[in-house]
Design a protein around this ligand. Structure first.
Ligand code: GDP
Length: 534
């Protein structure tokens, strides 16, 4: 094989990444501008417009509209410089953190968006922690430079201190807010010029470049501003380590870009940065017949895992789409794939999600995210492969912080309710627990909004009126240990024992205190806050 990139294998062209941020930092705006910069969409407003469109299709999305937040994750594919980018959209709202965490398991890198006036916010911190579980590389975009911002040195220190990540500025801003003149490209010493309000610019185009040491700089910056910028860049070079790709790929260093997503400034440069540095699919450790195996993106066998399931996207058809992240092999339409539990399905109409359209895919490769329509065969966390022997791990369920008892207005519909709740649990919207005693359904969620979404969806999609009333439990823990120890524990806590949707034992605790007390009393039983699908 030559080094010519057109000869590179298909999988090596894939770049799957997610954007993470604290709500309001500008994730949606950046997503839209990135797609515009890549030429994947033409008009501003299309990302949202597309959202509106979907909302009219599905009732539960009314919640999104009413509350003005985005709760459904999806993927958008676009091409730039011969690379195929899969942008995984993560919901920003805190209540949907589980969904976000799982989506991150399908990404090979992440862009962290910070509000320049706020720096690292609590939700950023949590999301970065998740990225670091897998050490995925993080690129930083400091947004809203057109507003008054914190000092850039303070912003970099914030990243280093709060996230324990080395931060390397690829650019240095000249002012902010009304005094924002642009950013210095540290590698070339060119100022990327920010246009004044009112001056329209096309986000397809790179920013105008003016050499900092050339004569034309006087037209953009006053002598004082130019000096200040030179000094700032010097300080940055002294304080921050130089960019090191290896360190970035290992998740220890984040390159930092500055801009304004709303004004389309710095986004094209960010996109070029992504094309230069973010990685394609890497080998993944999985297991086969209980033995660890390294799944190579160039490997022969088609294998991947389900990180999200979305049901009833179209209420007229009880469709379900499982989002599968492929990790190896060359997938061909019509292929038969098996789950590790031995369920087989023929994937006859796999979907690829281009920014404007969905397309039936004839082929897909490692690094791709493919939608697989199915009738409930696939669940979040399932592994899919040709042999059915490969099992991917690391897709978590989190201990719910809200537990509710589902109570039907019409008790004769219990069977329907079971089906609806199971289906939503399989999608990962909420969790479902069946207490060992009694016939109640206990649903669990990490955030209150999940319960609202569930109520709406159970009504809209299954025609059931359900009350989710307070349950006498505050939290849940998956328990693990030798069988006799588990039985001894269960015996003492009959009224607090339940099983989850996979039949695994769960302890429903009345309080966090009860959990610690039980941990002390039953040292041979382990209590888990998160469970990996097995
Ligand atoms: P998300 O919650 O992270 O998806 O944030 P949005 O993209 O919805 O942005 C939140 C708010 O910040 C919106 O009112 C945006 O118009 C605004 N915003 C986003 N980017 C910028 C920016 O670069 N400059 C300014 N001034 N406002 C921005």
């Amino acid at each position: 094989m030559t080094s010519n990139s057109t000869d590179a294998p298909e999988w090596a062209r894939r770049r799957s990444f997610a954007i993470i941020s604290h709500p309001d930092a500008g994730k949606t705006t950046l997503t839209e501008t990135l797609l515009l910069s890549a030429g994947a969409i033409r008009l501003a407003g299309q990302v949202r417009a597309r959202g509106e469109n979907r909302r009219t299709q599905s009732d539960w999305m009314k919640i999104e509209q009413e509350r003005g937040i985005s709760v459904s994750a999806s993927v958008m594919t676009f091409e730039h410089r011969g690379l195929l980018f899969n942008l995984l959209d993560t919901p920003g709202h805190e209540d949907f953190s589980e969904d976000t965490y799982r989506t991150l398991t399908a990404a090979d890198s992440a862009i962290m968006v910070l509000d320049a006036a706020k720096g690292v916010e609590p939700r950023t911190l949590k999301l970065v922690e998740v990225c670091r579980l897998r050490d995925i590389p993080i690129v930083t975009f400091i947004n809203k430079m057109d507003r008054e911002a914190l000092d850039p040195v303070d912003l970099l220190e914030d990243i280093q201190d709060k996230l324990a990540l080395d931060a390397t500025p690829m650019q240095w801003p000249s002012g902010s807010g009304k005094r924002f003149k642009g950013v210095l490209d540290i590698a070339t010493n060119d100022l990327l010029r920010f246009q004044k309000p009112g001056e329209d610019r096309d986000p397809h185009e790179p920013a105008e470049r003016v050499a900092l040491d050339g004569s034309a700089i006087g037209e953009v910056l006053s002598a004082e501003e130019a000096d200040e910028l030179r000094e700032g860049a010097e300080v940055a070079k002294e304080l921050c380590p130089p960019f090191n790709r290896q360190s970035f790929l290992e998740g220890h260093l984040t390159p930092v870009f500055f801009g304004s997503a709303l004004r389309g400034f710095g986004v094209r440069e960010l996109l070029e940065g992504l094309a230069d540095i973010i990685p394609g699919p890497a080998p993944v450790t999985a297991s086969s017949n209980g033995n660890p195996v390294e799944i190579e993106p160039g490997g022969k066998e088609v294998a991947g895992f389900v990180f999200k399931v979305q049901a009833n996207m179209d209420p007229n058809h009880r469709d379900r789409v499982a989002f599968v992240r492929l990790c190896s092999g060359r997938f061909k339409r019509g292929m038969k794939l098996k789950t590790e539990a031995g369920k087989q399905l023929t994937v006859s109409s796999p979907i690829l999600f281009f920014a404007q359209d969905r397309e039936i895919a004839d082929e897909a490769f490692a690094g791709d995210v493919m939608g697989v329509p199915n009738h409930g065969t696939l669940r979040v966390g399932d592994s899919l492969s040709e042999s059915g022997k490969i099992r991917f791990t690391g897709i978590p369920n989190f201990a719910p912080e809200i537990l509710r008892r589902a109570r039907l207005a019409d008790p004769l519909k219990a069977k329907h309710l079971k089906k609806a709740l199971e289906s939503l649990a399989e999608e990962g919207v909420t969790q479902l627990f069946r207490p060992t005693l009694g016939g109640d359904f206990i649903v669990g969620a990490v955030g209150a909004l999940q319960i609202d979404v569930m109520r709406e969806r159970v009504a809209a999609e299954y025609g059931l009126e359900v009350d989710f009333e307070a349950a006498p439990y505050e939290t849940a823990r998956w328990i693990e240990g030798d069988r006799d120890k588990i039985e001894a524990f269960a015996d003492r806590h009959k009224s607090a024992m339940a099983v989850d949707i996979n039949g695994d034992p769960v302890f429903l605790a009345k309080s966090a205190w009860e959990v610690s007390y039980s941990e002390e009393k039953f040292p041979d039983v382990s209590f888990h806050r998160a469970k990996e699908r097995s």
